[in-house]
Design a protein around this ligand. Structure first.
Ligand code: FES
Length: 351
């Protein structure tokens, strides 16, 4: 038996069926039904209806702009801790409620405006496009550009200037909401990181005894930690203030001090330096009596206290700030001003 005899005739290719004398069937059960006939919308045939749709779209985009402005105004006007009762949500923060509501309206109106524009004014003529190789031929590229130009013309983007302008306005304004929220990342540091509690006349208080330091309390070879007079160790603010104002005091024989300014800012060889490492701000605590080196335990930056506290080893990029000191009428050590540069990581000096 030949292979063709095994295949039912209706399954053979048409030319073979024709050769066998079969009658060609024209009713393809899977025929492409094609696209339904285009039915014009009311906006396609009535210019007044088109104008109404245009105004509706512009209204939605304008509403989005208003909502964005209201979002910014709410952010400025409402305190975060103001609670109000709003049915059916109950007690809510007025700030959070208004931010959510206005941002929701702003985004919704942009979406609704775009959808209404597409459904009522842009061309809704359906077109079929055959599959084609992925790589576009020059003719296809030219056709795409031509179609793009037709699409842009049919969308009324150039003609309907009211829609175009309000849409640009809404899209330009809505990102402002995100910019405004950046303000919530925290208060700006202003000058807080550049200044400390030290002022002219503030006494140096021994952090161990809580008593004012006197020159005779500081002996050669010792390392003493001090804080400004008036700083209460139990106050809420203590950690914030001591993180900037902590001092370490050492006494060096004046003839061993190599740096001229350091000698001028000292009192009988007693020098006061910031205890905060200029690398990333760890408290320094290791003192080598013989060399007058202090070592930061975090990454081993080493500073020479007999030479302006310059860095002699490690990643710190800056000498420790020195506090100018003297002695007051009661014979206690006192500051003669604040540090003349920011303490801690050198970033703040360049920032
Ligand atoms: S914080 Fe002091 S060396 Fe890194």
């Amino acid at each position: 038996m030949s292979s063709q005899e095994e295949i039912p005739e209706e399954n053979l290719p048409s030319e073979q069926r024709a050769a066998h004398g079969a009658v060609e069937r024209t009713d393809d059960p899977f025929a492409d039904p094609g696209l339904p006939a285009h039915r014009p919308r009311v906006q396609d045939i009535d210019e007044r209806a088109a104008k109404r749709s245009e105004r509706a779209v512009a209204f939605l985009f304008t509403l989005s702009m208003v909502a964005t402005v209201a979002f910014i105004a709410s952010f400025v006007a409402f305190p975060v801790d103001k609670i109000v009762f709003i049915f059916p949500f109950g007690h809510v923060s007025i700030l959070h409620f208004s931010l959510g509501l206005t941002l929701g309206i702003a985004l919704f109106c942009i979406g609704a405006g775009a959808v209404h524009w597409a459904r009522t004014l842009m061309s809704d003529v359906e077109t079929a496009d055959d599959r084609h190789p992925i790589e576009a031929t020059p003719e296809v590229k030219a056709k795409v550009l031509e179609d793009f130009a037709i699409g842009a013309a049919e969308s009324g983007f150039g003609r309907r200037k009211l829609i175009r302008n309000t849409m640009f306005g809404a899209l330009a304004l809505v990102p402002l909401s995100g910019v405004v929220l950046l303000r919530d990342l925290g208060p700006l540091p202003e000058k807080k990181l550049r200044t400390t509690m030290w002022r002219k006349g503030k006494q140096l208080i021994n952090m161990n005894t809580n008593e004012p330091l006197r020159p005779e309390d500081v002996v050669v070879g010792s390392l003493t930690f001090a804080m400004p007079e008036g700083l209460d160790q139990h106050s809420e603010d203590f950690q914030k203030q001591i993180a900037k104002a902590a001092l370490m005091i050492v006494r060096i024989q004046p003839d061993e001090i190599k740096d001229k300014r350091e000698l001028e800012w000292s009192h009988q060889g007693i020098v006061a330096y910031s205890k905060i490492c200029t690398h990333v701000g760890c408290p320094i605590s290791l003192y080598e009596q013989q060399t007058h080196h202090v070592l930061c335990p975090c990454h081993q930056s080493t500073f020479d206290l007999s030479d302006g506290a310059r860095v002699i080893f490690g990643p710190a990029g800056h000498a420790l700030p020195q506090l100018r000191i003297g002695v007051n009428a009661e014979g206690n050590l006192e500051a003669l001003g604040d540090f003349d540069e920011p303490v801690g990581p050198a970033f703040w000096e360049r920032g």
